[in-house]
Ligand binder design. Structure first.
Ligand SMILES: Cc1ncc(COP(=O)(O)O)c(C=O)c1O
Ligand SMILES: [Zn+2]
Length: 394
């Protein structure tokens, strides 16, 4: 088994592999460590050529010990679409979109939840619970259903109605909570204490970061082990950023990639951009933004996110609701169904090009983390002509 132990990302202290208590006494978050020498024996670039089109192709670097415990709905190995720079007239060398909306349940949250629920299955747990802005809740609902487990999910009351219905469709006990995601989190903590629920809220267990890590592995493999120079990612709790950073470090240790890490850009919503503020970026927005995955006023480990951005020579940027709507339309006009979070990466990308932070030599990847249909849509052309007008030509 390659999974070795958990190590604190802040103070470096190690402990035996655990499913709970991911917070170290120093306040840092613990991350899974692997026996990379053992992993390297079977995880090679050559071996990967023959593996299935699933994120479980990297099984040596995922923490589930027995393959019978893997709960999978076909997540990962999403397309990386190359856009036409000439048509877009963009001042960059290459622009790709990682199509995370094509995952089961329509978002990248499927990756983390596949690992988290597999770990609960391995441990014989019966009830999983979490607080979420929506997409993680519906992903948990689906994976718990597939594993025959119960799920209790808590979302803010303005969570998009379609996502609430989706959770119920998969059979989860679904609660809308007054307030924001951390208010929802209090219900999960109470259920954990009173009923022994397993919390799979952000950074409360080891699986979700590990699952999201596969986005980094896929980028490297799909680009023939040449990383892009810039990654633009919509950031809320930050486990995707932590996961990709961890992925690149593991690939470096395995000598599967060389050279500098991509510059990571975290995009947030104006009015709730704690990471942008911590990076010294001004945000003039004062209104609480709409319910999206980026609306997380208190990320569980802001200090780690800042450290990662500094190490990756990255930055953070806050974009407005109107910029997000425009970007959604721009992506829709190119055949890509982008959620507000996915569209925020486009908006952030455009503003960093204008600022000169992204330069003509850069090779850029935007993460479209979910698709538009789960939210209110912003259409390019709001007018629908009456069919009657066509009668003369029929
Ligand atoms: C579509 C979407 N994008 C991005 C995020 C933020 O992801 P992370 O928690 O990795 O920062 C979320 C979280 O809910 C989300 O639903
Ligand atoms: Zn510590």
């Amino acid at each position: 088994m390659t999974r070795l132990r958990v190590t604190c990302s802040r103070c470096g202290s190690s402990a035996a592999f655990t499913y709970e208590e991911m917070n170290c006494v120093c306040g840092g978050v613990r991350l899974v460590e692997y026996d990379l020498a053992l992993a390297a024996k079977t995880l090679t670039k050559q071996a990967l050529l023959h593996r299935p089109a699933s994120m479980w192709r990297y099984k040596e670097l995922l923490p589930v010990a027995a393959s019978e415990d893997i709960v999978s709905l076909g997540e990962g190995w999403t397309p990386l679409s190359l856009l036409s720079i000439a048509e877009l007239k963009l001042p960059v060398d290459r622009l790709w979109i990682k199509r995370e909306e094509l995952n089961p349940t329509g978002s990248f949250k499927a990756r983390g939840m596949s690992v988290a629920v597999s770990l609960l299955k391995e441990r014989g747990k019966r009830t999983a619970a979490l607080a979420s802005n929506g997409n993680a809740a519906s992903a948990l609902a689906a994976y718990a259903a597939s594993a025959g487990m119960d799920a209790c999910v808590f979302v803010p009351e303005d969570c998009p109605p379609y996502i609430v219905q989706e959770c119920r469709h998969y059979g989860a006990d679904t609660f809308r909570v007054k307030g924001l995601i951390h208010d929802a989190g209090q219900w999960v903590e109470a259920g954990r204490r009173l009923f022994g629920w397993s919390s799979v809220s952000t950074l409360k267990e080891p699986g979700r970061v590990e699952g999201k890590k596969t986005m980094g592995f896929e980028l490297a493999e799909q680009l023939n082990w040449q990383l892009p120079s810039v990654i633009v990612y919509p950031t809320g709790g930050g486990s995707g950023v932590i996961g990709m950073w961890k992925a690149f470090r593991e690939l470096k240790e395995l000598r599967m990639i060389t050279g500098p890490l991509p510059r990571m850009v975290c995009v947030q919503a104006s009015g709730c951009a704690p990471l942008a503020a911590a990076m010294g970026k001004a945000d003039s927005g004062s209104e609480t933004p709409a319910a999206t995955g980026m609306r997380v006023p208190r990320p569980p480990d802001l200090e780690l996110l800042v450290r990662i951005l500094r190490e990756m020579k990255g930055t953070a940027v806050a974009v407005t609701q109107d910029e997000i709507k425009d970007a959604q339309r721009a992506m829709g006009a190119r055949g890509i169904s982008a959620s507000p979070e996915g569209a925020a990466t486009w908006a952030g990308f455009v503003s960093l090009c204008e600022e000169g932070w992204i330069q003509p030599k850069d090779r850029v990847v935007l993460f479209n983390t979910s698709h538009a249909m789960k939210y209110e849509l912003h259409c390019a052309n709001e007018r629908t002509p009456l069919l009657g007008k066509l009668n003369p030509i029929l």
